[in-house]
Design a binder for this molecule. Structure first.
Ligand SMILES: CC(C)(COP(=O)(O)OP(=O)(O)OC[C@H]1O[C@@H](n2cnc3c(N)ncnc32)[C@H](O)[C@@H]1OP(=O)(O)O)[C@@H](O)C(=O)NCCC(=O)NCCS
Length: 182
């Protein structure tokens, strides 16, 4: 029996590098995700810029039936990032030996078919190619994402409270990719 994709066609999802022409579609999917899941917690003033931080090393989109169905980025670690700091202490390496997996989201209509795992694999492969260890922060209320990371064997480093504004305190879970098989 043939396996069916989300939309009912036989074409499995694919992942490719994001191009400038994808940005509009990525923002549209991000808006659906924000509406559906509250990710990101605070809707950015300029979503295209939020998806393209200056620290961005590379980004990818998942495509299903010629539609953008998901997104992931890999960024250089910043001295202020929590997960890279925790990992660098634990592994006794510099912050620059880490990279941050970020901006992961899958359209609500494309969930539960392995697209999130596919995107993670692509970002992890790129980190490995660059010789850096992938880490990430996730808001504790993003429970599907935390479940995905744990399913992929990522280690929880710590849960920390962050002050995102004068009246906004957010619990953030910090993860590092598994070292086994690294
Ligand atoms: C997290 C997210 C990307 C997962 O995308 P997805 O394509 O549905 O994930 P996958 O189908 O690849 O799931 C892989 C594994 O993750 C786990 N998982 C994913 N969604 C889950 C859920 N809602 N509940 C429990 N486990 C879940 C499962 O173990 C799953 O494997 P299984 O189906 O074999 O059990 C998606 O839910 C999403 O976009 N969430 C909102 C955005 C967000 O929170 N981003 C985090 C940024 S740090």
């Amino acid at each position: 029996m043939k396996s069916e994709s989300v939309s009912g066609s036989d074409v499995p999802p694919s992942v490719r590098r994001r191009t400038d022409r994808d940005l509009h579609d990525c923002v549209r999917v991000l808006a659906e995700v924000h509406e559906h899941d509250g990710y990101p917690v605070n809707w950015p003033d300029v979503p295209g810029a939020w998806l393209t931080p200056s620290s961005l090393l590379a980004s990818w989109v998942a495509v299903l039936d010629d539609r953008v169905a998901g997104h992931i980025g890999l960024s250089q670690s910043d001295a202020g990032d929590v997960a890279p700091g925790l990992w660098s202490v634990r592994a006794e390496v510099g912050i620059d030996a880490t990279a941050v997996v970020s901006r992961l989201f899958v359209a609500p209509w494309a969930r539960g078919h392995g697209i999130g795992a596919l995107l993670m694999a692509r970002a992890v492969a790129e980190a490995r190619r660059r010789g850096v260890h992938p880490v990430l922060d996730v808001v504790a209320s993003d429970t599907a994402a935390a479940a995905l990371y744990e399913r992929l064997g990522w280690q929880l480093l710590a849960t920390v409270e962050q002050q995102w504004g004068p009246r906004q305190t957010v619990a953030v879970r910090c993860y590092a990719a598994a070292t086994r098989g690294w």
